[in-house]
Design a protein around this ligand. Structure first.
Ligand code: AMP
Length: 198
């Protein structure tokens, strides 16, 4: 199964994608995680991405498309994957189309988590507090001011990606304001209703 999660930062894409990894045995490909790993390792990509990420902006399409193209070539992604945080622009969506078409593959579904943006800052503050309480690192971009920039970037560049897939009949919208378990159950029902390509 090849699936994309769309939705603003803090919508729960990472949490729900991690649950699908367990259920379906396919990897979660989070461009945010990949970029954070590149920053931590000090790679050339990480060096280019760090300042943009710290400011809540979007890393350039070229960089992100390059890392996804490499990642989907890896063995564990051969039978499917869950994209989390990509595509974030129409250019990225078009590049993904071209990558998949090259391999004769197709997307099965695009799931959008629909959320009330006015509630997201509270969610992100909670996520930072929980990480701190669990002794985990707090994401620098989960600072409320940076988070607002991330939401702005979403509304400016990424909100148009869902209509791109809706027009092609690939979009399913799930209410992301319910509890984590309820959202998971709704996602399961949405996935049960689709026919998965080989
Ligand atoms: P995320 O973990 O998905 O919230 O991503 C964290 C940050 O990484 C974003 O705020 C962007 O700076 C960067 N990033 C992640 N994915 C992308 C993408 N597909 N395009 C551009 N920037 C991205």
């Amino acid at each position: 199964m090849r699936l994309i999660f769309l939705g603003p930062p803090g919508a729960g894409k990472g949490t729900q994608a991690a649950r699908l990894v367990q259920k379906h045995g396919i990897p979660q490909l989070s461009t945010g995680d990949m970029l954070r790993a590149a920053v931590a390792a000090g790679t050339p990509v990480g060096l280019k991405a760090k300042a943009v990420m710290d400011a809540g902006g979007l890393v350039s399409d070229d960089i992100v498309i390059g890392i996804v193209a490499d990642r989907i070539e890896e063995d564990d992604a051969k039978t499917g994957f869950i994209l989390d945080g990509f595509p974030r622009t129409v250019a990225q969506a078009e590049a993904l189309d071209a990558m998949l078409a090259d391999k004769g593959l197709k997307l099965d579904v695009v799931l959008e988590l629909d959320v009330d943006q006015s509630k997201l800052v509270d969610r992100i503050v909670k996520r930072a507090e929980e990480a701190k309480a669990n002794g985990q690192p707090v994401r620098k971009d989960d600072d409320p001011e940076v988070f607002k920039q991330r939401l702005e970037a979403y509304n400016r560049d990424t909100a148009v990606v869902a209509p791109f897939y809706r027009e092609r009949g690939q979009l399913k919208v799930v209410d992301g304001m319910k509890s984590i378990d309820e959202v998971s159950a709704d996602i399961d029902s949405a996935l049960d209703a689709i026919e998965v390509a080989g």
